[in-house]
Write a protein that binds this ligand. Structure first.
Ligand SMILES: [Zn+2]
Length: 427
């Protein structure tokens, strides 16, 4: 930017920013968590890992990971994702990044990790699929990636409940219905011959009622593993995350789930949410709930119950979108000190090329070879295919620019975009 009109708020914003920088040095929130589960089919799995480190051996670089995997048609995809997704995500982050750069690299790495997990699971030839809702908590910054309908909500001390995921259910998500249909899938309900249609909207072939999942090699490949990703930064009042499988959300709204456990410590809160869901609906499905409290350092008690809110219109004002689909900016950082949950990133496109970007920072490994942006396999110079080649993006991006994909990952990308008839596997 060149010369500009002097913003009268400039000084106070600068003051806020320096205050926040000071706060950041002193204030690291603590993370408390609890989980509760009631099983009916035995296909819900979860993970809670609080001892991860960005830099090995440096405790100040620690972060936590929570995940729920609600399997269907068996539990193999849920177990495989629980055990491998985190490694696949971390493998996709370049080494030696500073904390800010690492957080900015996360959304793309999550996309890569989900696609790689799906591809590797499918190569085992096992049927079954799973939802995946994967939450990374790094100090005040929460990054959520999800496919399927295992929702994650955020309850902040001012009583505002926000949903950090999108439900990938054909019944409720018109955009996804249109995408699946455009890619060659049929969307409809089950029906008995001559009888009425029953149950939720499903995608055929396969009959899945989700539009995104990991696994599911026996359904159309337009059922993609590309996650919706949202990254937010909490104010220094902290907040509570409730991550749960659809056994909870089919019984309770986001607001009721949050209200039902306010004031309780995380372990009891998770139990309370499950209890409330069972009381409402009975045990119809696997029901799993993780509660994560991000607690300011000077606050030893869970946040008190805020006064009941009546004005939901305020929500859009309080939950400020600084910008979409981009990385964090200096201006947006300044505003979080005033008690607003700050949205750093949001993107839900099912198109891999859009999610991998133009790859200035990726694609060529240290030994001078190119690597596949998804599976990280080394590529010979003649081998890599630009993620943008042959796509609508090739007008604005040069097809010889990265990121590059190996032939196998390029096939997968084409299949996900409906460019190959489903069911035909290229070997
Ligand atoms: Zn590859």
């Amino acid at each position: 930017m060149g010369s500009r009109v002097r913003n009268p708020d400039f000084v106070s914003l600068a003051a806020l920013m320096s205050r926040e920088l000071r706060d950041e040095k002193m204030e690291t929130p603590s993370v408390r968590y609890g989980c509760s589960a009631q099983s009916r089919k035995g296909e819900d799995y979860f993970m809670m890992k609080t001892d991860c480190q960005r830099i090995h051996g440096n405790p100040s670089s620690s972060f936590s990971v929570f995940g729920i995997f609600d399997g269907h048609n068996g539990d193999a995809a849920a177990i495989y994702s629980r055990d491998n997704l985190l490694d696949h995500v971390l493998d996709a982050i370049p080494h030696g990044l500073k904390r800010d750069e690492w957080l900015q690299a996360l959304p793309r790495a999550l996309v890569v990790g989900f696609v790689k997990t799906d591809k590797q699971f499918q190569s085992k030839g096992l049927t079954s699929g799973t939802t995946a809702t994967f939450v990374i908590v790094d100090k005040w910054t929460v990054t959520v990636a999800s496919v399927g309908d295992s929702r994650c909500i955020l309850d902040t001390p001012d009583g505002v409940v926000s949903v950090l995921t999108v439900d990938h259910r054909l019944e409720e998500n018109i955009e996804e219905r249109e995408r699946v249909t455009a890619s060659g899938g049929e969307v409809g309900r089950l029906s008995v011959v001559g009888g009425p249609e029953i149950g939720p909207l499903r995608c055929w072939p396969g009959g899945l009622c989700l539009s995104r999942s990991i696994g599911d090699m026996d359904v159309g490949e337009f059922i993609v593993p590309i996650p919706y990703v949202k990254q937010v930064k909490l104010s220094n009042g902290g907040g509570r995350l409730i991550i749960a499988s659809d056994g909870i959300w089919d019984a309770l709204s986001s607001e009721i789930a949050a209200e039902s456990c306010r004031g309780l410590p995380s372990e009891l809160a998770a139990r309370q949410v499950v209890k409330e869901a069972l009381r409402t609906r009975g045990l119809k499905d696997d029901t799993t709930c993780i509660v994560v409290d991000i607690v300011p350092p000077d606050n030893s008690l869970p946040p008190p119950s805020p006064p009941r809110r009546t004005q939901s219109k305020l929500r859009s004002l309080l939950f400020r979108t600084k910008f979409r689909g981009g990385s964090s900016s200096k201006l947006s950082k300044k505003l979080s000190a005033v008690g607003i949950v700050e949205e750093l990133f949001e993107e839900g496109s099912a198109m891999l090329a859009e999610r991998l970007g133009n790859g200035e920072t990726c694609g060529s490994s240290t030994n001078g070879l190119f690597t596949c942006a998804v599976c990280q396999a080394d590529l010979a110079a003649s081998e890599g295919i630009s993620v943008h080649a042959g796509s609508i993006f090739s007008t604005s991006s040069k097809p010889w620019q990265g990121p590059f994909l190996c032939a196998g990952c390029r096939d997968k990308k084409d299949a996900m975009e409906g460019k190959r008839p489903s069911g035909i596997k290229v070997i």
